[in-house]
Write a protein that binds this ligand. Structure first.
Ligand code: PLP
Length: 455
């Protein structure tokens, strides 16, 4: 390690507060210091090359090097590095981005609000629901339903909406308006003999029971990821979305589809909504929107929501919401360039092509004694690790088997993400067949290493 690396690690240990990290571990071991990246690989300060099987945080759609995106940022920085979008001011790039995104979006979206993160997009959606319901004369419609283990961000409201226990405990969350319906993990939670379709119907019934218990007139919206990502790469069981959408329609509840992870090709279609035939009233996206070269997110919705916003704006004289960096010109320019690249290289077509081999290799790991279930679509795959695959007996959580696999994979040069004992594998969307071969071999090796410890 060179002197500079030692210095920056010491600085990091002393001063950097790491999100979603084990703080004791950081105090003892310091960070893994990543210095640069290229293609699907990142490099640490020890000279190790690590293939990124988790796309940063599910965001590095085009990998770690792209001159066009870098040049788009530089061009925009040299032209107009910043312009507020407050006070009816705008700039060409953000107007173009809103026009383009609303055309691409699933559903009948006509309006887009551009911000910096998925959390901001979802948080703003919650505020807008409260705002527009006031305009409708229904201010009591404030409750928002998410799912256990669902993930929508880290603001006070979006952490409340997310169903992640470690983001609630000790923070005094969730806030009272936020409710959670069941996690549709068929493998873990089906009753013996229950088909996937029967399980899905039971999930929808439980959702309906929650709506009835809370009072349908108090529900503002249901938020969901097409496939659960942060809760452990869980694909919806057969019939799930048909059943859930029937309940949403029955009670006239606004359906926000969170495409922050699934947007722009991850599931082999531009949107997860296409993959599972979802009919959103509102959509959020981020991550691959800018290929993660700049923090950008979008919230999109139909004109009827905008009409209600207009009503309140007329009454108050202004729409009282906004972040300084909303509609940032550099973010807009980078996103437009990313969307051009996606079209030019037919990224969705590429994902469909390589995902065949990717999924075959992933499903082949189902034979491993540690693996109870593999489920995937496109370049998005989850693995359920279990002590006893037949009886569905989980490992003692204190064994941290998922973390063990994650660490062995790192030792073998592959980033994967463990969420408890669920592994999430979602490489950059530009990955090729040879790289998929390398990644899956390393993954199998890590499973073998972990099996040797826990067997
Ligand atoms: N929604 C989903 C589905 C996510 O996976 C994430 C982040 O991983 C978010 C929202 C929050 O996005 P951000 O981290 O950009 O705030």
């Amino acid at each position: 390690m060179n002197v500079d690396a030692t210095h920056t690690i010491a600085l990091d240990k002393a001063h950097h507060v790491h999100p979603q990290s084990n703080l004791r571990q950081h105090a003892e071991n310091g960070p893994t210091m990543i210095t640069h990246g290229k293609g699907v690989y990142v490099y640490d300060d020890q000279g190790n090359e690590i293939m990124d099987g988790f796309s940063g945080l599910g965001c590095m759609s085009l990998g770690y090097h792209n001159e066009r995106l870098a040049n788009a940022a530089v061009r925009q920085m040299n032209t107009l590095p910043f312009a507020p979008t407050f006070y009816n001011r705008s700039h060409p790039r953000v107007a173009e981005l809103c026009g383009r995104l609303t055309k691409l979006a699933p559903g009948d979206m006509t309006r887009a609000l551009i911000q910096c993160s998925g959390s901001e997009a979802n948080d703003t959606a919650i505020k807008l629901l409260w705002y527009t319901n006031t305009a409708k004369g229904q201010p009591e419609r404030r409750k928002v339903i998410g799912r256990i283990r669902g993930y929508h961000g880290n603001t006070v409201a979006t952490a409340s909406l997310s169903g992640q226990p470690h983001m609630h405990a000790k923070f005094g969350l969730p806030l009272p308006e936020f409710k959670h319906t069941e996690l549709p993990n068929y493998y873990r939670f089906h009753i013996d003999g229950e088909t996937e379709e029967e399980f899905s119907a039971r999930m929808a019934k439980s959702f309906e029971d929650l709506i009835l218990a809370e009072g349908p007139d108090t529900i503002a919206a249901f938020f969901a990821e097409p496939a659960i990502s942060g809760g452990g790469a869980l694909m919806p069981p057969k019939g799930y979305w048909e059943e859930m959408q029937a309940v949403i329609r029955k009670y006239n509840i606004t359906f926000l589809v969170d495409e922050v992870v699934t947007g722009f090709g991850r599931t082999g279609n531009r949107w997860g909504s296409e993959t599972w035939n979802l009919k959103p009233d509102m959509v959020t996206c981020a991550k691959a929107l800018s290929a993660a070269f700049f923090p950008v997110s979008a919230l999109m919705f139909r004109d009827d929501f905008y009409a209600d916003m207009m009503k309140n704006s007329d009454e108050m004289g202004t729409f009282g919401h906004g972040y300084t960096y909303a509609g940032h010109p550099v973010g807009a320019a980078v996103s437009l360039e990313a969307l051009d690249i996606y079209d030019e290289i037919d990224l969705v077509g590429h994902v469909r092509k390589v995902s065949k081999g990717f999924l075959e290799k992933c499903y082949a790991m189902q034979d491993h004694p540690l693996v109870a279930e593999v489920r995937g679509v496109g370049l998005f795959c989850g693995f359920e690790l279990m002590k006893d695959v037949k009886t569905r007996e989980p490992f003692d959580p204190s064994w941290k088997v998922g973390e063990l696999v994650q660490n062995f994979a790192h030792d073998r040069g592959l980033y994967l993400r463990a969420i408890g004992d669920r592994m999430s594998f979602m490489p950059p969307l530009i990955i090729n067949d040879d790289e998929i071969e390398i990644a899956t071999e390393r993954f199998k090796g890590a499973l073998d290493d972990a099996w040797a410890v826990v067997r």
